[in-house]
Design a protein around this ligand. Structure first.
Ligand code: FAD
Length: 573
């Protein structure tokens, strides 16, 4: 392979993932000859959640100024020089509360500004940077000499030696736009403009649901402050029948933000590649989920909360999850939500972490890297058992959002029901949707709504969803998969109707996971399982199968660093 200094690197998508790539490329002085950044929208750095395609003024990030991965300028400095109007609650005259969550549109402006600074830094290192905004990439072709042709902005062609897919979130539409009252996601929030003087069904009860709750509650009423930091919600005169009916599988609301003792996520928490490969050598070619849970969760608890450690040290993952979920399930979800608020407030006021929640969050971050080396059996255990608990805990709902939800609850505007896995939502013949589900008592229910919003969040995209047809036609990318440890387990699952299992040679069985196949450096594996050294996949919608906790600015930062190190290593002469 020739030297990176003579190469052109194409970034397909100019959101936070691309921003952190430029950060590491400039910091590590990789110096490719040229970088081309393709962004379909008009702004760089904001990506989907921090610009108008994913946020309104009411939407907040789940991180504070203190938790933004390091960039060039501090957020507070940026705000002192770049007044952002309309965010009076967050800051006045450039001063911010560094522990308060950042409004997403403010974060977007900041990320855009940092992108500009980093591009200047790259140019000062003699890297030619071509930024193409309002330029959608429609295809990527591989050439006989292993380089790529990126087709963008209509039918213009751009040559690249290395392609990094940073296309981020992708939202597919089923009936939205074709069927009145049906919305496949809450984004962009600007599509909701009218009063909805009737009950609205919302599928999901986590952060995506909170986004639509914030948007609709403002269209139909107003929040006002009362004493003790509490809010009151009053419906508008023309929206007296507005209600939000949340539906979720767990019937649980997301856990709240608490004080975290660790400054930021650290790459030292995860197993190094050497540790991963050494472990595999002596453990049948796999990294065991139980081992990762032990070192990245139980050992942390042992150090930080010896009392709790005694309670959980002998529990299996399944038993631990059952213990933690039991209490949650015994209480009414809003009562539990109130109790957790008190616990989280104490944690913040006393600057004391809630150890098990913090440890589970760090486990979730750390297990991404060995996860590609799990057996299919362990990946199934992880997604079935641990991920439902992790997804509730890592949500880190801001206290301000909690106060709004409780005000809606006290005003009897919001409710949450849990539904069975077999529940279905279908378009109703006139408008909106019919929700068919079984409730807690096993009774069948069928409810008709004038409006329905799917707020289950980013769905994992599959091979067929990838919009770059040539990459698929040429076999440059493939679906993600994991091997079974024991063929008998696969055969049992096939008997039970699991369609994600494939049989290879010599009675070897594989589990097809969501998204595309990538290696430890985020390089694509082609249809023969061979590494495509110059094609990296960092698009969040396509890597969740092998990186279960794939999203977040901290993930963008570490994944970008891994890719940059690989560029440095694999492209050295
Ligand atoms: C609603 C929402 C809120 C979130 N809030 C937080 C939060 O508070 N804190 C946190 O840490 N994480 C949050 N996340 C997680 C999020 O994944 C990351 O913060 C971050 O946005 C990921 O950046 P990205 O660049 O990978 O993807 P994106 O932000 O989706 O950016 C991808 C970019 O690629 C562009 N693009 C896509 N396809 C093409 C194409 N074909 N041609 C050209 N350009 C293209 C898009 O226009 C976009 O600008 C949130 C996610 C969502 C969905």
């Amino acid at each position: 392979m020739s030297d990176i200094n003579s190469q052109t690197v194409a970034l397909i998508g100019g959101g936070p993932a691309a921003l952190f790539l430029i950060k590491h490329i400039t910091a590590k002085k990789i110096k490719p000859r040229k970088i081309i950044i393709f962004e379909q929208n008009s702004h760089l750095g904001m990506g989907m959640p921090y610009g108008v395609s994913g946020a309104g003024k009411e939407h907040v990030a789940n991180i504070s100024a203190n938790e933004i991965p390091e960039l060039i300028t501090d957020l507070e400095d940026f705000l002192s020089k770049n007044e952002q109007s309309g965010f009076g609650d967050y800051y006045t005259t450039g001063k911010i509360n560094r522990d308060q969550v950042v409004p997403r549109l403010v974060l977007g402006k900041y990320l855009e500004n940092q992108f500009g600074i980093l591009i200047k830094m790259a140019k000062s290192q003699n890297i030619e940077v071509l930024t193409l905004v309002n330029t959608k990439v429609i295809d990527i072709q591989s050439n006989p000499d292993q380089s790529y042709t990126v087709i963008a902005g209509g039918d213009k062609k751009y040559g690249a030696d290395v392609v990094i897919l940073t296309t981020g979130h992708q939202w597919t539409k089923s009936f939205e736009g074709k069927h009145k009252g049906w919305f496949d996601s809450p984004y962009p929030p600007s599509k909701f403009v009218e009063t909805t003087n009737f009950p609205v069904a919302v599928k999901g009860a986590s952060l995506t649901a909170v986004d639509i709750i914030k948007t609709l509650s403002r269209l139909n009423g107003r929040f006002s402050g009362s004493k003790d930091n509490q809010l009151e919600y009053t419906l508008n005169d023309d929206a007296q029948d507005f209600r939000i009916h949340l539906y979720s599988l767990s019937g649980l609301l997301p856990a709240l933000r608490f004080h975290s003792e660790d400054e930021a996520f650290s790459t030292e928490w995860k197993m190094s590649l050497k540790e991963i490969y050494d472990y595999k050598k002596t453990h049948g070619g796999f990294v065991d989920l139980d081992y990762v849970f032990d070192i990245n969760f139980k050992k942390v608890i042992e150090k930080k909360d010896p009392e709790l450690y005694l309670e959980i040290k002998d529990l299996t993952i399944e038993e631990f999850v059952e213990k933690m979920m039991k209490l949650r399930k015994e209480l009414d979800s809003f009562q539990l939500f109130k109790a957790e608020y008190t616990e989280a407030e104490k944690s913040i006021k006393r600057h004391q972490s809630i150890t098990w929640k913090e440890a589970l969050t760090s486990f979730s971050y750390a297990m991404n890297y060995p996860a590609k080396h799990f057996s299919a059996e362990d990946m199934l255990r992880l997604t079935k058992t641990l991920m439902p608990l992790i997804s509730i805990i890592i949500a880190a709902l801001p206290q301000s959002s909690y106060r709004e939800i409780i005000a809606l609850y006290d005003a009897e505007v919001i409710s949450l029901s849990n539904v069975d896995a077999g529940s279905v939502v279908e378009p109703h013949e006139e408008e909106g949707a019919i929700y068919r589900f079984k409730n807690n008592d096993g009774k069948k229910k069928e409810l008709i709504y004038k409006m329905y919003v799917d707020a289950t969040g980013q769905r994992a995209m599959n091979y067929n969803d990838l919009p770059f047809e040539s990459l698929k036609k040429e076999g440059a990318v493939a679906s993600g998969y994991l091997s079974f440890k024991n063929a008998e387990n696969a055969v049992e699952l096939i008997k039970d109707g699991n369609e994600m299992i494939m049989k290879g040679d010599h009675d070897h069985f594989y589990l097809k996971v969501k998204g595309l196949s990538i290696n430890d450096n985020f390089q694509a594996l082609d249809s023969y399982g061979k590494v495509r050294e110059n094609l990296y996949i960092m698009s969040v919608a396509y890597i969740g199968g092998l990186n279960p906790d794939y999203s977040g600015l901290d993930f963008c930062d570490t994944a970008a660093e891994i890719i940059t190190d690989s560029l440095k290593k694999d492209w050295a002469m």
